[in-house]
Write a protein that binds this ligand. Structure first.
Ligand SMILES: Nc1ncnc2c1ncn2[C@@H]1O[C@H](COP(=O)(O)OP(=O)(O)OP(=O)(O)O)[C@@H](O)[C@H]1O
Ligand SMILES: [Mg+2]
Length: 315
């Protein structure tokens, strides 16, 4: 549904994005995840034909965003980073205007606008002028504008920014709901957001895509570096050395001791082999008194930091 190939965009001498390539299939919900200045907005502005790429190609539903913007745009609902709204219209008027502008069937406009106001929690402000709305409510109107014409592809640039916590939860729920019938691409720098909404995450950093996978696989991808936290009764210093000598273990760190033994972080082999059973048997065999063994799982946050840090290290 969205195809992007080798997109590069220079602002002056600096590339905002470099050789960005990805695909979003019909019905997917994809999160574009990256820190400030990574190139998320730039990519989305190209997809919505607001900016021309320096090189590369992009298409929506088969229509090239630069050669055929009329057709590609007809398939898109877009929530820009800052929503340009006509502040002297009421919420209802604005959404009606949005629906008509995109040629939503005239006889169904009222019904659709009511539905969208309901979805975006705007019904209680239906007849309020937009200039009287708070920032969060304006954001909701922007989101409403992105979906009012029921487009097959919805592109949302940081859809939850500026919303209160309750509304953040509501909006994420709405996006998941939208994902059942639409192709959705949203940008975010909030990792749990990507994890909770999207089936697939594309991580962008300094203009380049550095990883792309399901939230779970991204975590698994560097599970190699996973560690085990073990607690044993025996507090003698020789335990660490013996654990370290166990074939496959790539490192051991003593992380503390309390009333009930000593705690260690045992690094698993770089090949990703699961050594939990071996480590447990080894500890039991040595009679150290195994009290606790927990894998230290990496969150997407850890994955992200690791990937971006590695990139920086390589540069
Ligand atoms: N109109 C512009 N002129 C010059 N440089 C720009 C322009 N727009 C963006 N940039 C630069 O391009 C890079 C990518 O910016 P972009 O807005 O795409 O990042 P982003 O991932 O959306 O960040 P944020 O999370 O802060 O919204 C940044 O270095 C930015 O300074
Ligand atoms: Mg941005």
């Amino acid at each position: 549904m969205i195809e992007v190939e080798g997109l590069t965009k220079y602002y002056g001498p600096y590339p905002a994005i470099r050789d960005v390539t990805f695909r979003v299939e019909e019905g997917d919900v994809v999160a574009f995840l990256g820190p400030n200045g990574a190139g998320k907005t730039t990519t989305m502005r190209i997809l919505t034909s607001f900016t021309a790429p320096t090189t590369g190609k992009a298409s929506i539903a088969g229509f090239d965003v630069w050669d055929d913007p009329m057709n590609s745009r007809r398939h898109i609902g877009y929530l820009p980073e800052t929503s340009p709204l006509y502040t002297d219209l009421t919420v209802r008027q604005h959404l009606k205007y949005g629906a008509r502008l995109c040629r939503y069937p005239e006889d169904k406009v009222d019904e659709r606008v009511d539905r969208v106001m309901d979805l975006c929690n705007l019904s209680d402000r239906a007849d309020t002028l937009i200039h009287k709305l708070s920032k969060g409510y304006r954001q909701r109107v922007g989101l409403g504008m992105a979906i009012v014409h029921d487009p097959p592809v919805v592109i949302l640039d940081e859809p939850t920014i500026g919303l209160d916590p309750k509304q953040v939860v509501e909006t994420r729920r709405l996006i998941r709901e939208l994902g059942k019938e639409h192709t959705v691409m949203l940008s975010t720098h909030i990792l749990p957001e990507a994890q909770s909404i999207a089936q697939r995450v594309i991580i962008i950093n300094e203009g380049s895509i550095i990883a792309e996978d399901t939230p779970d696989n991204l975590t698994a991808q560097i599970r190699r570096a996973r560690s085990l936290r073990v607690r044993v009764k025996d507090t003698s210093p020789s335990v660490a050395g013996k654990l370290r000598d166990l074939a496959g273990v790539s490192g051991v760190r003593r992380t503390g001791e309390g009333g009930d033994g000593a705690c260690y972080e045992v690094e698993m082999p770089v090949d990703g082999r699961d050594m939990r059973a071996e480590v447990a048997a080894f500890i039991v065999g040595n009679n150290w008194g195994l009290l606790e063994m927990t894998p230290i799982e990496m969150t997407l946050e850890d994955v992200f930091l690791r990937l971006t840090t590695e990139e920086e290290g390589a540069a």
